[in-house]
Design a protein around this ligand. Sequence first.
Ligand code: FAD
Length: 400
Amino acid sequence: MKQLIIIGGGAAGFFLASNLKYCNWNVLIIEQAKKPLQKLKISGGGRCNLSNACFVPKELTKFYPRGAKELLNVFHQFQPLDTIEWFKNKNTNIKIESDNRIFPETNSSQTIIDTLLNETSSNQINITYETQVTQITKNENKFNIQTNQNLYCADSVVICTGSSQKMWKIIEKLGHKIIPPVPSLFTFNCKNSLIQNLQGISFLNAEVSIPQLKIKENGPILITHWGLSGPAILRLSAWGAREIANLNYNFSININWISEKFDTVKENLYKIKQAHPKKTISSLKIYNITQRFWLNLLDHVGISNKLLADLGKKDINRIAEIITHTQLIIDGKSTYKNEFVTAGGVDLKEIDFKTMQSKLISGLYFAGEVLNIDAVTGGFNFQACWSEAFIISKQFKYKK
Ligand SMILES: Cc1cc2nc3c(=O)[nH]c(=O)nc-3n(C[C@H](O)[C@H](O)[C@H](O)COP(=O)(O)OP(=O)(O)OC[C@H]3O[C@@H](n4cnc5c(N)ncnc54)[C@H](O)[C@@H]3O)c2cc1C
């Protein structure tokens, strides 16, 4: 019987093994840790956001800053609807939340781990733990896989080692190009009196851009005690991951806190001034802006105690300017709930996405974060793992 070795017992490796029911290869998973699926266990805050209810492949690819073009074909073969069906068939109930994120009904990542472990066990997949791959070579048709324990021999190898620097070096020695890794999905550090002591305040419909990089995002922004977070910031960090790294995480951003035009806000302020001249500016409540932010803003402009009647043209322009065009300096990044992905990895030009096989070395396949593919938050990173691993499984199944 031919030998297939899967290196890496994470999401991609275990989903592949779970799909090798009708397979006449001897299959072994090599995992360096004591236990499998440790990243999946902590994913989604322990709930595992395993996919997203976006069922049109072309639309789905738009959530991938790197890999969109290549994944189109992959998602035509296996997409979130197939993921839902797959888990349902294994008696694992899953639910779609109002923002389209998909979770196990139990709200526990352990459910997904149990399903994958059950499937690999019923498919009689061998697994060796605490075994770290240190070298891979290929002689004629056989792969030699050196580990800290043994030397293994395989006819085919699938590398699913996530964002491991050591493995990328080993893959490089095999002749593959590695796009240098940089973090993606991070929050922005910022010290500015406008947002000081406002942690927890959010703006649901903001617009944030990095003019220098010509990138822009819309959506919720959250002020944190170190700076800015929230979906719009995380998406911006993903789309600009490489360029922001090149700027050494020092750059300036523009924020329109309410996605309104400067002139509209200005006109609105004039109207309010006319209607309520005796009111103090600090008592105003406009555009659902929280009181704490409004007071910080007035402090910033230096007009906290004025009556509306005393607001001059300059004051009104300045308020409208801050609401629609705040400029902030970002000086570093922080991790979002310990959640991050790595942009970078095996160069996609060297992979045949119909099969996930290397174009350079026959019999060698890749799936998961080891590739230069990553997504914004929302379950898309796992979906890429499931889809790629499923495609690989088809290469090893015999016809029923
Ligand atoms: C805290 C956190 C939360 C996340 N939450 C979500 C989420 O809710 N939804 C989502 O879609 N994405 C999420 N992500 C991203 C997601 O976890 C990854 O995209 C996904 O785990 C990648 O799967 P993988 O199989 O490619 O790699 P991994 O899951 O990282 O698995 C790789 C495996 O290979 C093993 N390995 C590495 N090198 C070797 C070696 N030399 N020899 C043997 N074994 C080796 C590792 O020990 C590991 O078990 C989250 C990430 C983090 C960090």
